[in-house]
Design a protein around this ligand. Structure first.
Ligand code: ADP
Ligand code: NMN
Ligand code: MG
Length: 195
């Protein structure tokens, strides 16, 4: 069985942290990180607001991300081997792929592929604070969070809801351990119901 999990939601909600814990715990599990598909800096548009528009779908090479997912779908074993994930021969024939990123549910060709879509959120103040402690490959210029990051987050989330995309909301204020156990149990239950 092939099972695709989305760990989506806002920037600094805790997506990458949660994904790394799940990867260690789930058998035959690979991950694809949306952050690996940002286009080069010189291809990122500059908005009327003067900010580079990192937080829009057009700044990501989503076709390349889709191809990567399709490669996993066509052969999860080959994909796992190529990505250094050991395939457990004793485990049932279940293969899991985690897609992780801040715009997972806004790209039409991917949206129906998920078996389960999670969406991490934290309150505005917490998000802004966590973001201020991060160092991205391209550092945030002053004012980016309020001028670009937060408005784009709200826009895409509203679109997702208007399109009726079903997600399981996760409270990113819970501890790392609590979130990990909650999602691990939920995935395990969902797998049991399918088998
Ligand atoms: N459950 C949590 N509670 C408190 N801080 C967290 C939690 N999960 C992650 N963090 C911290 O928040 C920041 C963003 O986490 P990260 O997993 O990189 O988020 P994302 O990938 O969603 O941007 C990091 O400094 C991380 O250590
Ligand atoms: N990885 C990069 O090349 C890069 C560059 C500039 C901004 N970012 C930021 O990365 C964020 C998405 O990643 P997180 O969800 O892990 O925060 C976006 O909000 C974007 O502004 C990433
Ligand atoms: Mg991340």
């Amino acid at each position: 069985m092939k099972y695709i999990v989305g760990i989506g939601g806002m920037t600094n909600g805790g997506k990458t942290t949660l994904t790394n814990s799940l990867l260690r715990a789930l058998p035959n599990c690979c991950a694809v990180h949306q952050d690996d598909f940002f286009k080069p800096q010189d291809q990122i548009a500059v908005g009327e607001d003067g900010f580079k528009q990192w937080d829009v779908l057009e700044s990501l090479d989503m076709e390349a991300m889709l191809s990567t997912v399709q490669a996993w779908v066509s052969s999860p074993r080959k994909f796992a081997r190529a990505h250094g994930v050991s395939v457990r021969l004793d485990a049932s024939d279940t293969h899991i792929l985690i897609l992780e990123g801040f715009l997972l549910y806004s790209y039409k060709p991917l949206v129906d592929l998920y078996s389960r879509r999670y969406f991490l959120t934290v309150p505005y103040e917490e998000c802004k604070w966590r973001r201020s402690t991060r160092s991205y490959a391209v550092p945030d210029p002053p004012g980016l969070f309020d001028g670009h990051v937060w408005p784009m987050y709200q826009k895409y989330k509203q679109e997702m809801e208007a399109n009726g995309v079903e997600v399981v909301y996760l409270d990113g204020m819970k501890s790392r351990e609590e979130l990990f156990h909650q999602v691990l149990e939920d995935i395990q239950n969902s797998l049991l119901n399918r088998s």
